[in-house]
Design a protein around this ligand. Structure first.
Ligand SMILES: Nc1ncnc2c1ncn2[C@@H]1O[C@H](COP(=O)(O)OP(=O)(O)OP(=O)(O)O)[C@@H](O)[C@H]1O
Ligand SMILES: [Mg+2]
Length: 336
């Protein structure tokens, strides 16, 4: 059987934010928020981006959607590079990719009824009108677990979980192929998180959706991700299938993340990831391997050589000088 179709292919994506200073607003440096990130997502597949606060997860999500313009790199959606398109050309492609945000309260217009919120994209794209539109909205409401008569309510009248269901219904309305979800359950009560995750999993199966799923929570990522990309200071340092990443982590940073967060039932753990040592500034990332300043296994060479992300075992990619091709996950010897 051939692999499912490619939906998203991101190559060497970069987003550098200029830092201005002084009266003349001179550019005095750049925040290297995303600094050379590549990955692919196929139909029916979930790729998770995980990592500490500030590592660039949301910036990847926003530049993929072109809510922010990438500094460099390509983003192919269904085989077409969308980074060079003007706004008019982009519109047709936008329909294929929808975003779900962390906080549905701030991303849903409080002055619009729930029905209007979900019908807006359908009207904008001229997909449905009149009784057909009402029927389509009712179906969407029911599909995401909301009562159709809730259409007349306003966002503040819903619970957090229901508001996120509304955000999902709106994203789903235009039949996208890709949904980018940025911490979609992080603002929800623990008991509600699993319900919303399971809804996303059911919808994926039904519509063969591709998900780019951003989260700092390893338990959530383990629950929903088919493949996981671990980010550190604007780069992917490890990319592997779920079982391989959690079973045989190869990058010292991934190992530290897993050690810091023992994994209970999905959704039970919500704290931020804590690791010893300071995260270096993304304005001035360390030379060589960006993780060497916090790595207990660093060799002198790690200060000078920037390790590429290499496939060292089938489907298992890691950017670490100490993990050559054929690596078997044996423990590294500590140097610090
Ligand atoms: N508009 C902006 N202008 C300047 N710097 C920015 C901008 N947006 C993000 N950054 C910086 O880029 C880096 C990555 O930010 P980003 O929001 O992508 O991180 P994140 O991984 O999503 O973090 P979190 O887990 O806290 O959401 C951070 O250092 C952040 O301060
Ligand atoms: Mg973020």
């Amino acid at each position: 059987m051939s692999a499912p179709e490619m939906v998203l292919k991101v190559q060497d994506l970069k987003k550098h934010f200029p830092v201005h200073k002084g009266l003349l607003s001179r550019v005095v440096g750049h925040v290297f928020a995303v600094d050379g990130v590549s990955f692919e997502i196929r139909r029916g597949e979930t790729l998770c981006l995980v990592g500490e606060s500030g590592c660039g997860k949301s910036t990847v999500a926003k530049t993929v959607m072109r809510l922010q313009e990438p500094t460099a790199g390509t983003v192919e959606l269904n085989g077409a590079d969308i980074t060079k398109l003007d706004q008019e050309e982009l519109r047709a492609h936008r329909r294929q990719m929808q975003i779900v945000f962390q906080d549905p309260y701030s991303s849903l217009n409080p002055r619009m009824s729930a029905g209007a919120i979900v019908s807006e994209p359908l009207t904008n794209y001229g997909i449905a009108a009149g009784p057909e539109l009402t029927q389509r909205i009712a179906q969407l409401f029911e599909r995401v677990g909301l009562r159709a008569d809730a259409m007349v309510k306003y966002p503040h009248e819903f619970s957090g979980g229901q508001r996120q269901r509304l955000g999902i219904a709106r994203a789903l309305a235009v039949n996208p192929r890709l949904i980018v979800a940025d911490e979609p359950v992080s603002a929800l009560d623990v008991s509600v998180q699993a319900q919303v995750l399971n809804l996303l999993i059911d919808l994926q199966e039904e519509f063969q959706l591709a998900y780019l799923f951003v989260s700092h929570d390893l338990a959530v990522v383990e629950h929903i991700g088919h493949r996981i990309a671990v980010m550190y200071l604007g780069r992917i340092v490890e990319l592997a299938d779920n079982a391989d990443l959690f079973g045989t982590p190869l990058h010292p940073y991934t190992e530290a993340l897993l050690a810091a967060a023992p994994l209970p039932e999905p959704g039970l753990k919500r704290e931020r990831i804590i690791l010893q040592g300071d995260v270096p500034s993304p304005m001035n990332p360390p030379s060589g391997c960006r993780f060497h300043t916090r790595c207990p296994y660093a060799l002198p060479e790690c200060k000078v050589t920037d390790p590429p992300l290499l496939e060292v075992a089938p489907g298992h990619h890691v950017a670490c000088l100490r993990r050559p091709v054929g690596t078997d996950g044996a423990p590294l010897t500590r140097t610090a």
